[in-house]
Design a protein around this ligand. Sequence first.
Ligand SMILES: Nc1ncnc2c1ncn2[C@@H]1O[C@H](COP(=O)(O)OP(=O)(O)O)[C@@H](O)[C@H]1O
Ligand SMILES: [Mg+2]
Length: 242
Amino acid sequence: MLEVQSVSKKFGGLVAVNNVDMSVREGEILGLVGPNGAGKTTLLNLISGIYRSDGGSILYHGEDISRLSMDRICKKGIAKTFQQTSSFPGMTARECVMIGSLFGNGRRISMDSAEEEAATHLERVGFPRDGIDKPLANLNVIELRRTQLARALASRPKILLLDELMTGLNPSEGTEAIGLIHDLRESGITIVMIEHVMRVILGVSDRIVVLDHGEKIAEGSPDEVVRDRRVIESYLGERYAF
Ligand SMILES: Nc1ncnc2c1ncn2[C@@H]1O[C@H](COP(=O)(O)OP(=O)(O)O)[C@@H](O)[C@H]1O
Ligand SMILES: [Mg+2]
């Protein structure tokens, strides 16, 4: 479905993503892990068109999307949530999600329908019902993340790129979030997710790609990856080895 081919991104002298190859298969949950600064967010930003790559290509159903603007990429069905949840503080959660319905794909939809859809999406991701019309400035970080996810869903994505969506969740919220991710996949959405909590990413992913210093150092099933020497040395540490 998606083929990242020898993609690189430099920031000044720093190579944040170095010649990375990665493929995403339709219907899978692909986990992207690696230490801080490994290039995970940058890679998702390259796929979603927020950054432009310095080399390589990104094929989506065979079409090179690496030179398209991010709105065109979104309209093709690739939506992303952000690690940082800064946004427009005066906008309400509902309005924020409506943007996804109104502008996130090629549909023509009335304001009324967009308002209704926004409430449905927010409910689906567990956003508190009484907070829907509150300004973003009054929401906590978990509610902001749920808003982002709802907005991404409102654009009706085929691929969802999730950047540390679960950071800061307590264990029961985490379990709930895993259930939600499985539901999303069941509804036909392919998922690429960055997550730090190993229990979560190992449990939820069909396949895992490991980045370190901008390079892909391993890829495989969760079982294969946790046994990989390089992954243990550079990222997991011996305590995860089994
Ligand atoms: N917009 C940017 N400008 C300059 N350097 C950046 C920018 N975005 C990321 N970097 C750098 O690129 C490297 C990879 O960052 P990032 O992709 O955010 O890593 P990760 O998400 O794996 O923690 C880091 O060294 C980071 O400081
Ligand atoms: Mg990151």
